[in-house]
Design a protein around this ligand. Structure first.
Ligand SMILES: O=C(O)CCC(=O)C(=O)O
Ligand SMILES: [Fe+2]
Length: 364
């Protein structure tokens, strides 16, 4: 069996045809630091669009402590968690109970806390309207949950560094300067994260329904090896179980990189169906909301590869709420023009009632 990045190619004796057998491969960040060779990384992001990053420098103990805090939070009574209820925040930060979120008009069976990098909010009537999403998080008082705020900020910072290094590696793979993507993050980058508690998923439902992520790339960690249920859609239409090796971080490409790379990199569709209770934290690496999503200059041979592959050339983006109401496929849209618009579309799709409450003039 010959192993190409992200793909095992087997030739069976009963047939002379070659059957690609898609897998999720590992990428060693410390190895890349030594070689600065990004070929494998680009292939992984062009293939499944999902991989495991190892040797990233964040020790296991850090994740263990993080998940102790996460479990402490979710163990609190609902009356305490409701102190930071997400519906109260016009920046869409805070806690939401199971069933509060929609993905593709289907309810997600999970409970979560949303946090972002924090900035002073803009004026309440700023235009474009999506800039109103930038602002503070909601935090529980320290006496309710000590050390939570520092712990979460620390986590956000650590994952941001790994994500930023991965973007350098991708930029170099395209023959661009190392800081190419990092330079467009601007003065108000909107990295955000979700702390998630999945109860066992009821039959016929999903912890989170199939979707592509907004932003550049997403980094996913989970508490406990056996408790996955995260699945990535392979190019052949099968769901691959995402089971990172101990200490590794699962990474997937977001819609910005798909759009900017002219679909050379693919934002992989994924979902969660949890067989047992699961805790995970997802970090979404995103720039300033004003960042324009414009195609970048990639080498001609990579453009040719997109043109030669219907899967790549026809790859789409998450449909807007309006498009879904009009009956469009769940992933049948073109790219948003800015990151702010991408995040706005996501919130309108997932939280129409909250958007109507905070921004009644901006949703039908
Ligand atoms: O829980 C996970 O591992 C993934 C969550 C996810 O895909 C998301 O929130 O976008
Ligand atoms: Fe996701």
């Amino acid at each position: 069996m010959e192993t190409v990045a992200g793909m095992n190619t087997t030739t069976t004796s009963s047939s002379s045809s070659t059957t690609p057998d898609w897998t999720i491969s590992t990428f060693s960040l410390s190895e890349w630091r030594k070689t600065r060779d990004s070929t494998q990384l680009l292939e992984l992001c062009h293939g499944v669009g999902f991989f495991y990053v190892t040797d990233h420098g964040i020790p296991n103990e850090f994740f263990d402590k993080h998940f102790q805090l996460v479990r402490d939070f979710f163990r609190l009574p609902d009356s305490s968690k409701a102190l930071i209820e997400k519906r109260k925040s016009r920046h869409f930060r805070g806690w939401e109970r199971v069933g509060a979120e929609l993905t593709n008009n289907r309810v997600d069976h999970r409970e979560q806390v949303d946090l972002s990098e924090e900035h002073e909010p803009y004026a309440i009537d700023i235009e474009p309207h999506y800039l109103r999403l930038d602002g503070p998080n909601q935090w529980l008082p320290d006496e309710v949950l000590p050390h939570f705020k520092e712990g979460m900020r620390d986590f956000l910072g650590r994952l941001r560094s790994v994500a930023s290094e991965l973007l350098s590696a991708i930029a170099e793979g395209f023959g661009l300067p190392s800081d190419f993507f990092n330079d467009i993050f601007g003065t108000r980058p909107l990295n955000y994260m979700k702390l998630i508690h999945y109860p066992p998923t009821p039959e016929g439902e999903a912890g989170v329904n199939p979707h592509k992520d907004a932003g550049f790339i997403s980094l996913l960690v989970q508490d406990g090896m056996a408790a996955s249920g995260l699945q990535a859609l392979a190019p052949d239409g099968r769901w691959l179980e995402v089971n990172p090796p101990q200490g590794a971080i699962a990474v997937n490409i977001g819609e910005i990189l798909q759009a900017m790379s002219g679909n050379y990199l693919i934002a992989c569709v994924h979902r969660v169906v949890a067989k047992q209770q699961r805790f995970s934290s997802a970090y979404f690496h995103g720039p300033d909301l004003r960042t324009a999503i414009v195609p970048i200059d990639i080498p001609q041979r990579l453009r040719d590869a997109v043109a030669a592959s219907p899967r790549h050339s026809a790859a789409k983006f998450m449909s807007t709420r309006q498009e879904l109401l009009e009956g469009k496929d769940t992933i049948g849209s073109s790219s948003a023009q800015t990151y702010g618009e991408q995040i706005w579309n996501y919130l309108v799709r997932s939280y129409p009632d909250s958007v109507r409450y905070h921004y009644p003039d901006y949703i039908e």
